[in-house]
Write a protein that binds this ligand. Structure first.
Ligand SMILES: [Zn+2]
Length: 97
């Protein structure tokens, strides 16, 4: 008899939004930022208007690593326009320009 039971445990299909606090997207920083996002980093309360802007770029500055957490327009599955924190960039102004 073999004991090779390889049944993949099914993941629970939860549809409820998983609200969490945004962390800095810099994996070496992960500072808490005062924004609520869901598990896809979509802003739960759309505070995109509070983001800093640099030309067409919108971002939340990180108080710890001074990087930029880039906010981009994002269309939800219901066709509603929201905003999502998509990526991180190192901050500028730390090394001359
Ligand atoms: Zn940071």
């Amino acid at each position: 008899m073999t004991s090779a039971t390889m049944d993949a445990s099914p993941k629970p299909a939860r549809k409820a939004p998983d609200i969490q606090v945004l962390h800095c997207l810099n994996p070496e920083c992960r500072a808490l930022l005062a924004y609520e996002v869901d598990s896809d980093n979509v802003l739960y309360v759309d505070l995109e208007w509070t983001a800093n802007s640099d030309g067409a770029l919108r971002y939340f500055p990180c108080p710890k690593c001074h990087g930029r957490n880039i906010v981009e327009a994002w269309q939800s599955e219901h066709g509603k326009l929201k905003h999502r924190v998509t990526r991180w960039q190192p901050g500028e102004g730390h090394g001359g320009a």
